[in-house]
Design a protein around this ligand. Structure first.
Ligand code: PBG
Length: 327
């Protein structure tokens, strides 16, 4: 074992050129998926208060937005919809002319090469705000599966490239895979929100998507933040049911889970840098308490270092523009 003074670790930190060559982890615009919130109406670009820089956007403004995203080198967008109406079974989620289905068509027309990923869940579309159907005061797993599968198929029929079930119902990946296969869509991949925690970090998103549960909470279906072995079982199950990409969500408070998943599974791994993680940085930066650019780069680099291949982040556009010319 070589040690000081023969060994001096600072030798390879002295020059920026050497630091660049010995860097183990890199961020690239091609690591990112950027979430978008689409709404009805025209000319709407309404700021989402707790998520500075993010907007509710109507379909007529989408083409310009996705053009910008594609030009930044970001490979894909993840869509969330604000439906005109909500009901107990989340009909808007699988309406062939629903907000998401229409948004997909607009985006595929404007930027055919931009990957359109859809979040497959009912919570934005149900009047009670839960991710599934309520029966006897509880979220019913098996009745929800059919509606999730129907939603996913309607997205694919509208032109979605990748569907991402996030309701945390048991069997949701299998139900969607079967439905897509039976409908002649065996080549559409599924990204499972496999290890999705019941997290307080979703707070700003629920304002953005108007999807706060009207009673109770999501702890009967989303995971307990205290568990990591269970996360491995969730991921294993998603893979067994046919997931092509798996996800850990949130990211920053769960870097250990990302690392465990990376070591255990040879599947593409995504991490969702969720709304609360974004808002904390934005709020502190606004107060001048932290420097937004370096702190964001540090946090996102940590997610990659932990083992994520793909990062879903509200910071994606800013990061991509910061990286321009540097890659
Ligand atoms: C839908 C869904 C949620 C998020 C992504 N998909 C909200 C939730 O589960 O309550 C959260 C994303 C974020 O906080 O950025 N189920």
């Amino acid at each position: 074992m070589v040690s000081f003074p023969a060994m001096r670790l600072r030798r390879i930190r002295e020059l920026e050129s050497i630091r660049k060559l010995t860097r183990e982890t890199r961020l690239s615009s091609s690591n990112f998926i950027y979430p978008l919130f689409v709404s009805h109406g025209t000319g709407i670009k309404e700021p989402i208060e707790p998520m500075p820089g993010c907007y509710h956007m109507s379909l007529d403004l989408l083409a310009e937005e996705v053009g910008e995203i594609a030009n930044l080198g970001i490979p894909g967008v993840l869509l969330f919809g604000l439906p005109a109406e909500k009901d107990p079974t989340g009909t808007g989620a699988y309406d062939p002319e629903g907000i998401i289905q229409e948004a997909i068509k607009v985006i595929k027309k404007a930027t055919p090469d931009l990957l359109v990923v859809t979040d497959v869940c009912l919570c934005e579309y149900t009047d009670h705000g839960h991710c599934g159907v309520i029966d006897n005061g509880k979220v019913d797993n098996d009745q929800t599966l059919e509606l999730l599968a129907r939603s996913a198929l309607s997205h694919v029929e509208a032109g979605a490239d990748l569907v991402a079930p996030s309701a945390m119902m048991d069997g949701q990946v299998r139900a969607i895979r079967e439905t897509l296969d039976n409908a002649g869509e065996p080549t559409i991949p599924i990204m499972g929100y496999a290890a999705k925690y019941a997290s307080s970090f979703y707070g700003p998103f629920r304002v953005a998507a108007d999807s706060t549960p009207q009673f109770g909470d999501r702890r009967s279906y989303q995971m307990d933040p205290a568990n990591s072995r269970m996360a491995m079982r969730e991921i294993e199950t998603d893979i067994a049911e046919g997931a092509d990409i798996v996800m850990v969500k949130p990211a920053l408070a769960y870097l250990d889970v990302i690392r465990q998943a990376r070591d255990k599974f040879d599947y593409p791994l995504a991490a969702y840098n969720v709304s609360g993680e974004f808002s904390l940085v934005k709020a502190a930066a606004e107060k001048g308490w932290v420097d937004e650019k370096p702190i964001t780069m540090e946090l996102l680099t940590a997610i990659r270092r932990a083992g994520a291949d793909i990062i879903i982040s509200y910071h994606a556009k800013e990061v991509a523009s910061w990286l321009q010319g540097q890659e």
